[in-house]
Design a protein around this ligand. Structure first.
Ligand code: C6P
Length: 415
């Protein structure tokens, strides 16, 4: 395998970036692959694949347990990965970075630990209509167990959180506002700073689901001023099965453990068990060591790119997409947020989204179709689902062109 061609800091060239992602070089169904399903998962650069392989080839051992050299190496790499994440999101302390299997588990951790210990009958958790199921269902489960209530924050027809409606919901019953940073279904960039300011004034905590934001621009948890920030490694060019819960130190210190087992204890006896400090209190069992190391490699990779220029590039792709969409009769964009991050959701008159998705796939173009795990949002917008093209740093204007060639072909077949 040839060495990946790393992008040079300060310069952004999507064609050069593509070379770092071996999977993108292949043909799918007889066509060069156009991968537009980045909101589902991003592809992995060679350096991430190599970091995982290297770990298993040379350093594999359990962490925090052995006295032997391999265990020391694995532990050092694993904890260095935590520090890498802490720097990446500007956490005041790496102990505030808790490894999880992904966004879903991280939200469940907060719901089960903070939620079950802090929510009481009559309390409210506000979630927006834009949320992914993983930021709805855990709250419904904890509400059923505690007598608290999950109340949706209305969104406008454009697919944006209605801030006036939020204001009217914020009262002293609200203990937490849980919103995504970017909607996975529409691409809406939510004004989380503003939401946090309003929630805080009302005495509520704020959880930000950053699954769809971290790959698009640098996130600073201190500047966001939220209480919990959560994301998945696999949407950030890292491996699956690894994710992050960041939390305010005082909150994490006060929260009870989520899962019990090895690693998360200080002492265990049948007369009483005491728990480890942060972050280990929340990390029961053998963690995803290779996943953490792979995620750190992905973050290092991003550190070699000019991220502002990368974000500009993605914005240009979406801008061109919207221009071309205007020229397609019968194409309707679903959600028209003022600020959108690299996601284009749409319907084509007379065509079922999954038929269009399959037809695009036959042309080597990967998109996602359906409700995108956001059924309440689909109901709110009155659509059963959409076709979703989601962009990343390695997509090009040629990819956009190919998408529209595919859409025009579908129109001629189905129209
Ligand atoms: N969205 C999509 O195609 P996990 O599966 O735990 O890594 O992430 C869940 C999740 C939570 N919040 C948001 C905003 C998300 O977008 C996702 C995952 C994928 O849109 C898979 S459904």
């Amino acid at each position: 395998m040839t060495a990946p061609q790393q992008a040079v800091a300060g310069v952004f060239d999507a064609e050069l970036v593509r070379l770092d992602f071996p999977i993108l070089a292949q043909q799918v169904n007889g066509h060069p692959l156009v991968y537009l399903d980045n909101a589902a998962t991003t592809q992995k650069p060679e350096c991430v694949i190599e970091a995982i392989v290297d770990y298993y080839r040379h350093d594999n051992a359990n962490v925090h347990r052995g006295v032997h050299t391999l265990s020391d190496r694995a532990t050092l790499a694993f904890e260095a990965a935590r520090e890498c994440v802490a720097t990446f999101i500007n956490s005041p302390d790496p102990r505030q970075v808790i490894w999880t299997s992904g966004t879903t588990e991280a939200i469940n951790l907060v719901a089960n630990s903070w939620g079950r210990s802090s929510l009481h009958p009559g309390d409210r958790v506000l979630v927006s209509w834009l949320e992914h199921h993983s930021n709805i269902v855990p709250w419904q489960l904890v509400a059923a167990a505690t007598g608290a209530e999950v109340v949706p924050i209305p969104v406008t027809d454009a697919g944006e959180i209605d801030l006036d409606a939020l204001d009217s919901l914020l009262d002293d019953r609200v203990k937490l506002v849980a919103v995504n940073h970017v909607s996975n279904a529409l691409g809406t960039v939510n004004p989380v700073n503003e939401i946090t300011r309003r929630a805080r004034e009302a005495g509520a905590l704020v959880l930000v689901d950053g699954a769809q934001s971290v790959a698009h621009w640098p996130v600073d948890v201190q500047a966001l001023d939220c209480d919990f920030f959560i994301f998945s490694g696999h949407k950030l060019f890292g491996p699956t099965g690894i994710g992050v819960l960041w939390g305010r130190e005082a909150l994490l210190e006060a929260m009870p453990p989520f899962l019990g087992g090895g690693e998360m204890i200080e002492t265990v006896s049948f007369t009483g068990t005491t728990f480890a400090g942060l972050p280990f209190k929340f990390e029961a069992g053998t963690p995803n060591i290779a996943g953490a190391i792979g995620l750190a490699a992905a973050i290092d990779y991003l550190g070699g790119l000019d991220r502002a220029a990368a974000a500009e590039h993605e914005t240009a792709l979406l801008r061109r997409t919207l221009e071309l969409a205007d020229e397609v009769p019968g194409l309707r964009r679903i959600g028209t947020p003022t600020h959108a991050a690299g996601i284009f959701s749409f319907l084509l008159e007379g065509t079922h989204p999954s038929d269009l998705g399959m037809l695009l796939d036959q042309q080597g173009i990967a998109v996602r179709t359906g409700h995108h795990c956001a059924q309440p949002l689909m109901d709110r917008l009155g659509v059963p689902g959409t076709v979703r093209a989601s962009y990343s740093i390695y997509n090009t204007q040629e990819d956009v062109q190919r998408l529209f060639e595919g859409i025009h072909k579908a129109r001629s077949l189905f129209g």
